[in-house]
Design a protein around this ligand. Structure first.
Ligand code: ARG
Length: 650
């Protein structure tokens, strides 16, 4: 049990009878924001006093009077309007730390009630190269799987790849009409990516050409309206209206600009323009290819079978580099045989109805229909997802399914979950673990200079290249370099990959973040590199003193916490379990990076103030060595839950 849960456990009887919702009050006992308020702070006296119609200090005094905590904490203090400040007894910290000193899990027990959880993550659409947008799902999902497993849950990771969507019609069409045989022979995935992009560009061109006049008209209308309003009389309404209209105008303008760019890109190239003119109905024909594939057309199925292995191999290359694996890779296509049954069952239960030829579910609280079969008979993303839920429930016995997917799909998941509940899957917990966008320094989604999405492969290459420079500089600075060229390469890989993963994970997942190599590889601050440095620093201490970390384990660990820095570090180390619990309460890995950062900072202060080598006594030296060893394990274990490795020398 972690310290905080233990403290909460003590408050439980002290609060009994004072309020109906004790759990909510216990929730207000948190780690203190500032060490001067102690280690933990209880903030419930204010709301509780309101409920009881008494003064908060009075209520706090009464609760403290009932509280039996002397064996754990010093006498609680009441501060300000009624905050209760708690400081754990230093001897308790020392004793607790001794108990976990050599435990690889840092004393974190597994959960009492393990759940069976499926984590649906990464799930890229194949046939397009994996890009920076796929990084988030892959890295966040992997970290969630690792943390759940660490906590003792049973986890199935499932890569629900998009291998059945409209992009196949596009590459089938592209392959038939635009394939370059020698490029195809040289690099099949490269050629497929080119074909996808080409068909997309040509389709966009025609769509934009068709839309441009209406867009121009729209913009002109907004301009007129805006002008009228500006010239009109000033009143209260005008200001508000102006702001809304300016926004609308800006949106119309950027829409027009985007469409114009799509047209210009083709017109600037005679070859592209000729291709566009030779294929005026490319979008429709590509859609027809998809429909034929779904209907079992032999030729398209053969092409699909030819494309899939190369696409999967390219994906696998990225996963291998990222050191991320899956228990299952059941793509959308895998569920194809079940789709008719899903739709039939929905109809039988009276959940799906025909609307303008399409079969739809209208889940409560949703304005749009959830289409499970289109007018032309094609099944949809919704249908495959419903089939997948049923499979996960019936075959995998999942109690909980997490979908680690971009926040832009939140409406889809709301509808999906609502439909699944109606359909009889209400006993499962379904959760959309959503995340924001990776941005460039210009504040727009991260793109290459040419405007393409950034391929993951090149992004990882760049990070590792930059990491190599850091490793080289570091090692060259030593009187005697410690690393061979080969080892430097291996360490650079660890540092580069770690930087990319950590940069993603340390942002609260809902927010967008700006991709910045310099920031993510900084050796100070909230980065993997800083954490990896801290680890290497600890290893360095043992190396210089010529003491092996294993040798410490021979005898009991007597911990001495005589300085504030040692005490602070001890408390941090004991909070690991709480950090894990916090991550899993809403699947937020950044709460783990936060703990790591605070722990590394606490270590850094300890390291500055408390000499290991010149400790005043042998026992103090040993105590500090044990702290160092624990610190190394804390970082290694914490980072491993983020999918990040460490190196002994950096
Ligand atoms: N392939 C989808 C995409 O790239 C993500 C799939 C997420 N998983 C799911 N079960 N819908 O947008």
């Amino acid at each position: 049990m972690n310290l905080l849960s233990e403290i909460k456990g003590r408050f439980l009887p002290a609060l009994a009878g004072l309020s109906g919702d004790v759990a909510a009050l216990l929730d207000m006992i948190r780690p203190a924001q500032d060490a001067k308020f102690g280690d933990f702070q209880a903030n419930f006296a204010m709301p509780l006093a309101k409920q009881l119609g008494r003064s908060p200090r009075d209520v706090a005094t009464e609760v403290i009077g009932r509280l039996q905590i002397a064996d754990l904490c010093e006498v609680p203090e009441i501060a300000g309007p009624g905050f209760i400040n708690l400081r754990v007894r230093t001897d308790v910290l020392a004793a607790r730390l001794s108990q976990i000193a050599f435990d690889d899990r840092l004393g974190v027990a597994t959960v009492a009630q393990p759940r069976n959880v499926v984590v649906d993550f990464s799930s890229p659409n194949v046939a397009k190269p994996m890009h920076v947008g796929h990084l988030r799902s892959t890295v966040i999902g992997d970290s969630i799987c690792r943390t759940l497993r660490f906590a003792g849950h049973s986890v199935t990771s499932d890569n629900h790849i998009g291998d059945w969507g409209t992009q196949f019609g596009m590459i089938i069409y592209g392959y038939r009409h635009f394939r370059d045989e020698s490029s195809w022979q040289a690099s099949a995935v490269g050629e497929l990516a080119r074909l996808y992009k080409l068909v997309n560009q040509l389709s966009d061109y025609h769509a934009s050409v068709a839309l441009l006049p209406a867009m121009q008209q729209n913009l002109e209308d907004s301009r007129q309206k805006l002008k009228q309003l500006q010239d009109g009389p000033d009143d209260e309404r005008k200001k508000k209206l102006l702001a809304t209209m300016r926004k609308g105008f800006a949106a119309a303008e950027s829409e027009l600009q985007a469409a114009q760019e799509k047209v210009d890109r083709i017109r600037q190239s005679p070859a592209l323009l000729a291709a566009a003119e030779a294929h005026p109905d490319i979008a429709r024909r590509a859609r027809e290819e998809t429909a034929k594939l779904h209907a079992g057309d032999a030729e398209n199925t053969a092409l699909w079978n030819q494309f899939m292995p190369v696409c999967l191999a390219a994906l696998q290359q990225i996963y291998t580099r990222l050191k991320i694996g899956f228990d299952l890779t059941l793509g959308e296509s895998w569920f194809n045989p079940f789709l008719a049954g899903v739709v039939e069952s929905l109809q039988q239960q009276g959940l799906a109805t025909l609307s303008e030829g399409a079969l739809c579910v209208f889940p409560e609280g949703s304005t749009a229909p959830f289409i499970v079969r289109k007018t032309d008979g094609a099944y949809t993303y919704a249908t495959t997802d419903l089939a997948t839920i049923r499979y996960r429930r019936d075959q995998l016995a999942a109690q909980e399914v997490l979908y680690v997917v971009d926040s832009r799909q939140s409406e889809h998941f709301q509808q999906l979950f609502a439909t699944a509940r109606l359909w009889g899957c209400g006993d499962m917990t379904l959760k959309h673990v959503s995340f924001g966008t990776v941005m460039g320094s210009d504040g727009r989604p991260y793109k290459t200079r040419a405007g393409d999405t950034v391929g993951l492969e090149s992004l990882l290459d760049e990070a590792i290249l930059r990491a190599r420079r850091i490793v080289d500089e570091n090692d060259d600075r030593r009187e005697q370099p410690l690393l061979s060229a080969e080892e430097r390469g291996r360490v650079a890989e660890i540092v580069g990959l770690g930087a990319v993963k950590y940069a993603d994970l340390h942002h609260s997942r809902d927010s967008d973040y700006v991709f910045d190599y310099d920031k993510m590889l900084a050796t100070t601050g909230d980065t993997a590199t800083y954490m990896q440095y801290a680890y290497a620093r600890v290893c360095g201490i043992f190396r210089r003193l010529q003491i092996s970390r294993e040798s410490l384990r021979g005898q009991a660990a007597a911990i001495e916490l005589g300085t504030p820095e040692e005490r602070r570090l001890a408390l941090q180390l004991l909070m690991f379990g709480y950090a894990i619990e916090s991550v899993l309460s809403d699947y937020r890995p950044h709460l783990l990076t936060q703990w790591l950062f605070e722990t590394a900072n606490a270590f850094s202060q300890f390291f500055d103030k408390c000499s290991v080598q010149n400790a005043e006594s042998e026992s103090l030296k040993r105590s500090r060595l044990v702290l160092c060893d624990l610190m190394a394990r804390a970082i290694r274990t914490g980072l491993s839950l983020l999918g990040i490795e460490v190196a002994e020398v950096l």
